[in-house]
Design a protein around this ligand. Structure first.
Ligand SMILES: C[S@@+](CC[C@H](N)C(=O)[O-])C[C@H]1O[C@@H](n2cnc3c(N)ncnc32)[C@H](O)[C@@H]1O
Length: 380
């Protein structure tokens, strides 16, 4: 039996491509008979996963941990879905803080999944680790919880209720710090940037084939770069580009010293490409919608965003759910019959404290937004 307790790892069939390299893992397949559309797997020992590059330690400090714990401290007993499990820092802390919670954790990165499986092993079957993208959240909930899942139903046959959903967006420190992942302008490596390196287009493939207008739009929208056109032209002129070092140099040369902002001149270009390569905003829009629908009354959704495009999307999704899609003028009482689905927690968004930024510079750009699900029939 597993040396890691009974933490389970599920594979989503939509990610069949990404499952291939996990097929060498010694596993006990629990699902084939019970769950035809799913494969539930127990990793015998994550360090034995062939073909996966294991970080000796998954060195990621969870952002706004105290705030996240506080926000989930009053949810009813049930399941918290961590849509961005990473090294399971938030997830493990939640399981420690509340013995009546279970965690279903999703990630698309096999290195993170292995680290999280190891980290959550002491919690046994209170934790389930799912290998998937979070835009499949609806299917994950249906297959994982709706009466067929890994956890028992209650006496009335109901699946466990979803009382919390957490998104801690973007990439983890190990993803950024491993030069071979190709996320960073700080080290020279193949220009990859895929959170899941087992499939999909790399950043090099993207920038070597995209046309000028599309690249300009991508840099402008995902990187909010005023020099988007200029940088896009420089990239096209220098193609083919193979490495992070080449790209960082091309961008640095195309940004005049006089208009440089704080940080590396290629920072925004790298961010914009990463968002595009991983379709981050498209997936977030889908997942937020499903998340707000899945929560039971009193359940909470907490999102940590790290750039304004993400935060805007979260703000809009929460706003729409807070008004129930009300179309009435703001100053007048609602007459359109819209029903609020959630109420916001905190006035607006919450940044990290100076103290946290001092010990974890990654927290500098974070914006936390949180909402609580309302009882049905709540008036606008
Ligand atoms: C900032 S890290 C999370 C760190 C985690 N909260 C902790 O405390 O250890 C974000 C994680 O989300 C994953 N991720 C980002 N976008 C994803 C998506 N669309 N689907 C699944 N996982 C995603 C990344 O692979 C990464 O491991």
């Amino acid at each position: 039996m597993s040396t890691l307790g009974s933490t389970r790892t599920l594979q989503h069939p939509a990610n069949a491509e990404t499952m291939r390299s996990l097929s060498t893992v010694p596993v006990e397949d629990l699902s084939s008979a019970l769950f035809p559309e799913w494969r539930f797997r127990i990793l015998e020992a994550p360090t034995s996963v062939e073909g996966l590059q294991m970080a000796p330690t998954f060195n990621h400090r969870s952002v706004q941990l105290a705030e996240v714990l506080d926000l989930f401290s009053s949810v009813p007993a049930g399941v918290v879905i961590d849509c961005t499990l990473g090294g399971a820092g938030h997830a493990a802390a939640l399981l420690e803080a509340r013995s009546d919670l279970r965690v279903l954790g999703i990630d698309r990165d096999p290195v993170a999944l292995a680290a999280a499986t190891e980290r959550l092993a002491p919690f046994g079957d209170r934790a389930v680790v799912v290998s998937s993208r979070f835009d499949a959240l609806g299917e994950v909930i249906a297959a994982g919880l709706a009466g067929h899942g890994p956890w028992p139903t209650d006496v009335d046959g109901n699946p466990p209720q979803v009382v919390g959903i957490l998104f801690d967006l973007g990439v983890s420190s190990p993803q950024l710090d491993d030069p071979d992942r190709g996320f960073s302008y700080r080290a020279d490596a193949p220009l990859d940037m895929r959170m899941d390196q087992r499939g999909g287009q790399t950043a090099a493939e993207l920038i070597n084939t995209i046309d000028l207008d599309a690249l300009t739009d991508l840099l402008r929208e995902n990187g909010e770069d005023r020099l988007a056109r200029r940088i896009a032209k420089a990239i096209l002129a220098a193609r083919p580009i193979a490495t992070t070092g080449e790209l960082a140099e091309i961008v640095a040369q195309s940004v005049p010293a006089a208009v440089r902002r704080r940080g590396h001149p290629a920072k925004r270009t790298f961010q914009a490409l990463r968002i595009a390569v991983n379709a981050e905003l498209d997936q977030l829009a889908i997942a937020l919608d499903v998340a707000l629908g899945a929560l039971v009354p009193g359940g909470r959704c907490v999102v940590l965003s790290y750039h304004s495009g993400e935060d805007r999307m979260v703000k809009r999704a929460f706003q729409a759910a807070m008004t129930g899609g009300c179309t009435c003028p703001a100053q007048l009482p609602c007459v359109c019959g819209a029903t609020p689905v959630v109420a916001k927690l905190h006035g607006g968004s919450l940044g990290a404290t100076e103290e946290e930024i001092a010990v974890n510079p990654r927290a500098e750009s974070v914006r936390l937004r949180a909402v609580v699900k309302l009882e049905e029939g709540h008036d606008a």
